[in-house]
Design a protein around this ligand. Structure first.
Ligand SMILES: *Cc1c(COP(=O)(O)O)cnc(C)c1O
Length: 403
């Protein structure tokens, strides 16, 4: 279903507040929230045609819902893809991707530094159904190339990664995928379409956790895959319609409103993050700061090229310690000393959040997997919100200066 009331060639700032389904007959200015599970049909024949997907129209909210459709139109407009399909969470978007794309005997190549839950999704859940996954270094293009097999169907990357902000070369991975007759999926949760549009660099599928910046105020769970219209209709819709990992209309409405301020928030939060990164680098208790906006970041140049010259709004830092045990103790001390920042494992919120990845998002990984991903016990991730920079540094200084 297309939005038809806007002229061509509008800028992203305008699309972020206007791309949606046409207004209803009531002329509402803010997109309506359609809390309905079913839709009354005009005739039995029309109902049959809609269920057979021969006629456009709404039948049941597991198939489609106007508020969810508007959210999909808006996100696709921002990512520069023809279409998007919304899901109940970021993880269910990846589940949908795997179910739609993979079958027993297929092979996946996945970055070893992806979001914590993605690793067991591939290595444990999809493995049960005969899908094999090779995990490779995020930044080693040769390793991705070497892992290709005749059965490789999907390359999966996230950039920048959580929590170490490793950046991969989207264009180079797209070339490898397409040379192998495979697809490239890129999780664009950290950069958002404000900083990076993977489709323009050759990615086939763009994955979103709408829970993060798209909502932007830490309220609802949501996810999406951006793709072509044909992929949406033929590849993903049949699976979601059967399996039901759909987005609730209320959550879609929250994201619709969230996307209206996405660019403003991402730019402001990124600016504060860069200032925080410089401040952390100057603290004697900090061993290392991971942030693509810093010249010390190993993929700084690539990140600046790929991400509109901006590092994003998430950074991590390693607290100094002589051994693993005191690293954990020191990191816990910094987190427990905070009086303002939220000790919270989310990101993309207006409130600045700090978390300990090794015991939370990456707590279910084996020690070997965690070390491969480079997640140390002294590591703290900060997802910068709209708090004032001086209040953020003062709050982190409380713990750092008393280690
Ligand atoms: C949070 C997150 C996910 C998972 O999304 P949920 O909405 O929590 O299911 C996937 N990828 C990245 C990069 C994330 O930060």
């Amino acid at each position: 279903m297309k939005q038809t009331h806007l002229p061509e060639g509008l800028h992203n700032d305008t699309l972020a507040v206007r791309a949606a389904l046409e207004r209803s007959q009531y002329g509402e200015n803010s997109e309506a929230l359609y809390l309905t599970s079913g839709y009354v049909q005009n005739s039995a024949a029309s109902s049959a045609a809609r269920f057979a997907m021969e006629e456009e129209g709404f039948t049941y909210s597991r198939v489609s819902n106007p508020t969810v459709t508007s959210m999909e139109i808006r996100l696709a407009a921002l990512e520069g893809t023809e279409a998007a399909i919304a899901t109940s969470s970021g993880m269910s978007a990846i589940l949908l991707l795997g179910m739609a794309l993979l079958k027993a005997g297929d092979h996946v190549i996945c970055s070893q530094s992806v979001f914590g839950s993605v690793i067991p999704m591939f290595s444990r859940e999809f493995a049960k159904f005969g899908v094999e996954t090779t995990f490779v270094s995020q930044t080693d293009v040769e390793a991705w190339k070497a892992a290709v097999r005749p059965t490789t169907k999907l390359l999966f990357a996230e950039t920048p990664t959580n929590p170490l902000t490793e950046v991969c070369d989207i264009q180079a991975l797209a070339d490898i995928a397409h040379g192998a007759g495979a697809f490239l999926a890129v999780d664009n949760c950290f950069a958002t379409p404000v900083l990076q549009r993977p489709a323009s660099l050759g990615a086939d599928f763009i994955i979103h956790s709408g829970t993060k910046f798209l909502d932007g105020q830490g309220r609802v769970m949501a996810g999406a895959i951006c793709c072509t219209q044909k992929q949406r209709d033929d590849m993903f819709l049949p699976v979601i319609r059967t399996c039901g990992m759909v987005l609730a209309p209320f959550n879609a409405w929250v994201l619709l409103k969230g996307m209206e301020t996405l660019a403003l928030r991402v730019k402001a939060q990124s600016e504060t993050t860069l200032a925080l990164a410089h401040w952390l680098e100057a603290q004697p208790q900090v061993a290392r700061v991971y942030y693509p906006g810093l010249a010390s970041h190993p993929q700084h140049e690539l990140a600046m090229r790929q991400q509109s010259g901006c590092g994003g709004a998430v950074l991590s830092f390693e607290v100094k310690a002589p051994d693993v045990e005191s690293a954990r103790k020191n990191a816990f001390h910094v987190l427990d000393s905070m009086q303002v920042l939220s000790l919270c494992t989310n990101l993309g919120d207006t409130k600045t959040l700090a978390a300990h990845p090794a015991s939370t998002s990456h707590g279910r990984l084996s020690e070997v997997q965690r070390q491969a991903a480079g997640i140390g016990q002294g590591l703290i991730r900060v997802a910068v919100g709209l708090d004032h920079i001086n209040d953020i540094t003062a709050d982190l200084a409380r713990g750092l200066q008393t280690i």
